[in-house]
Design a protein around this ligand. Structure first.
Ligand SMILES: *[C@@H]1O[C@H](CO)[C@@H](O)[C@H](O)[C@H]1NC(C)=O
Length: 302
């Protein structure tokens, strides 16, 4: 009898364990974007300016951007895209990077432009980088968030991804969502949906604002400043610059239900980042903004 009930208890326990494992696995998998595919730089990108400040390694599978007192440099995607998944692996400027900004962003090319920004603000040796994100819709930005990272972004490559579809924009750092911007059209907030964007990246001097609000200046005796890149993954709906919709809309993986919202696991990680690493959030800045943007509540940013 004892044996019987013990066995039953064991079985019950095993089932519970299995259920837990299944829940965790499905919870973790539900909305994790597809794994980025590493391709050489030239497949998706071309230099924009100061071509001689970009260096290529291993057939262009890895590149380095150089910033010196003469110029920074940058590159852009060959194609324009309406929605997709865009990733880059970046190793930020090591050592004294104060005053430098490394950027990775999507932008449309017209006057009332849309833009989705990652900006990495350098710092003095040993002091923490800041990742600043912003979203412009119809030419209006002023939606900055600033976070510290939970690792040193200069010591190794880390992956930075933007997922953009009709429902949400998600900024990922190593698969951790650090920022969510949901489509809040119903609240009267413009959302980027009909202007194709190109992907850009650049390294430049911004010592008038980047580090401690401009107090720390770029130390040119430490130049050149070098940021390294690999990955160059783009999985987007390629469109002509004038296109108003994406031909394959609704049929791509990022259009599907799993990617229309974060899952519970991702919300928990987003909250972890926001609780532990937030330096600034426009959603809580009552000094700069007398009225808080309607999308803030929806984004669960507060
Ligand atoms: C640079 O380091 C200082 C001191 O630790 C810190 O206050 C600041 O947030 C850091 N980052 C930037 C980009 O200013």
């Amino acid at each position: 009898m004892l044996c019987f009930s013990l066995r039953r208890e064991m079985a019950c326990w095993m089932w519970t364990l299995l259920l837990c494992v299944l829940l965790v696995v499905s919870g973790a998998m539900a909305a994790a974007p597809r794994k980025p595919v590493d391709v050489p730089f030239g497949r998706n990108y071309a230099p924009t300016w100061a071509f001689d400040h970009i260096k290529y390694y291993n057939g262009g599978s890895e590149i380095q951007l150089y910033l010196d007192k003469y110029t920074g440099t940058g590159f852009q995607s060959k194609g324009s895209y309406l929605f997709g998944h865009f990733c880059m692996q970046i190793k930020m400027v090591a050592g004294d990077s104060a005053g430098t900004v490394t950027a990775f962003y999507l932008s449309s090319q017209n006057s009332e432009h849309d833009e989705i920004d990652f900006e990495f603000l350098g710092n003095r040796t040993g002091q923490p980088y800041i990742v600043q994100t912003n979203v412009f819709t119809g030419g209006k930005g002023d939606r900055e968030q600033r976070h510290y990272l939970w690792f040193d972004p200069t010591s190794a490559y880390h992956s930075y991804c933007i997922l953009w579809n009709l429902y949400q924009i998600v900024f990922f750092v190593d698969d951790v969502p650090i920022r969510l911007f949901k489509n809040s059209k119903d609240l009267g907030v413009r959302y980027p949906f009909d202007q194709p964007m190109k992907v850009y990246s650049s390294l430049w001097n911004a010592d008038d604002w980047a580090t401690r609000g401009g107090l720390e200046k770029t130390d040119w005796s430490k130049a050149p400043f070098v940021a390294s890149y690999k990955g160059f993954h783009i999985d987007g709906c390629e469109a002509s610059v004038e296109a108003k919709f994406c031909v394959s809309q609704g049929k791509r993986w990022w259009d599907q239900k799993d990617f229309q919202d974060l899952d519970g696991f991702q919300y928990r990680r987003l909250r972890w980042v926001h609780t532990k690493y937030t330096i600034y959030n426009y959603c809580t800045d009552r000094v700069r903004y007398s009225t808080i943007s309607p999308e803030c509540k929806r984004n669960r940013d507060i």
